[in-house]
Design a protein around this ligand. Structure first.
Ligand code: ADP
Ligand code: ZN
Length: 210
């Protein structure tokens, strides 16, 4: 099964991608995580992506399309995958079609902009393993320290309040049109993001199984 998770930054795509990955035993692929790893390691890809990411802009299509193509060609993807954060533009969606990728379902997690602001400004992520926390809604057991690996939890540069506004604008302009793109194919399922993550998870799993 090939799935796409759509939604604004901070809508909870990453969390839901993990749940689906555990349930269906297919890998969750986050282009954001791949890019952040590349930035951290200072690879050629990372050097290309860094400035775009820190300013809240999208990394150019040809860069992310190339990396996605490589990733889904790997062995663990042969029974399907969940895409988290790709496609983010119409050309990226078209590139998947050109690659011959058949998408079974597109799950769009909807959360209002005001709630997104709150969520992202309180978000903290582990520098080492990428695990995600929130200062109010999901604090780590020890402040500043990852529950999973003991790494340091930090605020992403792009989670600073000014950058969040820019990312939401980019989302509305460039990513939201994908709802139309996929609703035309009959693949789009909308999940209303709930205040309690568990409730969103239940709705997402229902959408996957429907
Ligand atoms: P978010 O929490 O905003 O959903 P991600 O971790 O998915 O964040 O992505 C972080 C950043 O990485 C984006 O703001 C963008 O700069 C870059 N990025 C990730 N995926 C893509 C993509 N498919 N196309 C272009 N840029 C991307
Ligand atoms: Zn960690």
């Amino acid at each position: 099964m090939n799935l796409i998770l759509l939604g604004a930054p901070g809508a909870g795509k990453g969390t839901q991608a993990e749940v689906i990955c555990d349930t269906l035993k297919i890998p969750a692929i986050s282009t954001g995580n791949i890019l952040r790893e590349a930035v951290k390691n200072g690879t050629e890809l990372g050097l290309k992506a860094k400035e775009y990411m820190e300013s809240g802009n999208l990394v150019p299509d040809e860069v992310v399309i190339g990396l996605l193509k490589e990733r889904i060609a790997q062995d663990d993807c042969k029974n399907g995958y969940v895409l988290d954060g790709f496609p983010r533009t119409v050309p990226q969606a078209e590139a998947l079609d050109v690659m011959g990728v058949v998408i079974d379902k597109v799950i769009d997690i909807e959360v209002a902009d005001e709630a997104i602001q709150k969520r992202l400004s309180g978000r903290r992520v582990c520098e080492d393993c990428g695990a995600s926390y929130h200062v109010d809604y999901k604090p780590s057991a020890v402040e500043g320290k990852c529950d999973k690996c003991g790494g340091k939890t930090v605020q992403r540069k792009d989670d600073h309040p000014d950058t969040i506004k820019d990312r939401l604008n980019v989302y509305h302009e460039q990513t939201e049109p994908l709802k139309d793109y996929y609703s035309k194919t009959g693949k789009l399922v909308i999940v209303e993001g709930q205040e309690d993550v568990k409730d969103t998870t239940a709705l997402t799993l229902k959408a996957v199984e429907a």
